[in-house]
Write a protein that binds this ligand. Structure first.
Ligand SMILES: [Mn+2]
Length: 222
């Protein structure tokens, strides 16, 4: 189901208890800095307080209840902030980092095309899933993880040192964020495809735990 951004109307404990997985998509608006004690945005920054106020408590509640969480682009930023980390406002304005933003010109294939390499943590989950220490990803963003939330491990970084993938290692449930658009052409990227499979397996395990429908917990072949 699609969860509308209606923050104040939700009982997050009840909502999370009905979910078997939570996928956080990208989005134009940036996570507001008061959620991580960052410097205020300029007046003209695009923001979405209802989404912030829906997603941040929902992520915390899903993690607490063992509901698998997978975030792409803005999703990694939401996971990181929800769990106590902070963000760079514009990574291209920070010394030593490249410009990771989407190109303004061209069609969607060009805009969402693979942009830069990431280096995976040796023997980490991402390394295991793609079988490589370096892989290209379609990473398009201005905000980025600054301080990684407690309990998370950095699974991959760009060559200029931006955190591009994080995984919650302090709980059993799957909770992963990636800075790129893992939903775009995922079948052509071994890492994105592997992460979707892991997320799917985790969701089926959650179904089994929540309902006792054990047949759904069997891992799929593809
Ligand atoms: Mn990037």
């Amino acid at each position: 189901m699609v969860i509308p951004a209606l923050a104040e109307d939700y009982n997050f404990v009840d909502l999370a208890s009905r979910l078997d997985g939570l996928m956080l998509t990208g989005g134009r608006a940036n996570v507001e800095p008061h959620h991580y004690n960052g410097p205020p945005f300029p007046e003209d920054e695009v923001r979405d307080p209802p989404r912030d106020n829906t997603v941040l408590p929902l992520v915390r509640e899903c993690v607490a209840q063992g509901v698998p969480v997978f975030g792409s682009c803005r999703g990694i930023q939401e996971i990181n902030v929800a769990m106590g980390g902070s963000l760079h406002y514009r990574v291209h304005e920070v010394d030593g980092f490249n410009d990771h933003r989407m190109p303004r010109e061209g069609d969607i294939e060009h805009k969402f095309g693979e942009r830069h390499l990431v280096v995976t943590l040796e023997d980490g989950l991402f390394h295991k899933l793609c079988g490589a220490r370096e892989i290209m990803v379609n990473s398009l963003h201005a905000q980025a993880v600054e301080t990684v939330a407690p309990g998370f491990e950095v699974e991959c970084v760009s060559l200029d040192g931006v955190t591009e993938g994080i995984r919650h290692t302090s709980s059993k449930a799957f909770c992963v964020g990636v800075q790129w658009h893992a939903e775009w052409r995922f079948e052509e990227n071994t890492l994105s495809l592997g992460l979707w499979r892991e997320f799917g397996d985790a969701c089926r395990e959650r179904v089994a735990a929540r309902t006792g429908m054990k047949s759904l917990s069997n891992k799929m072949d593809s």
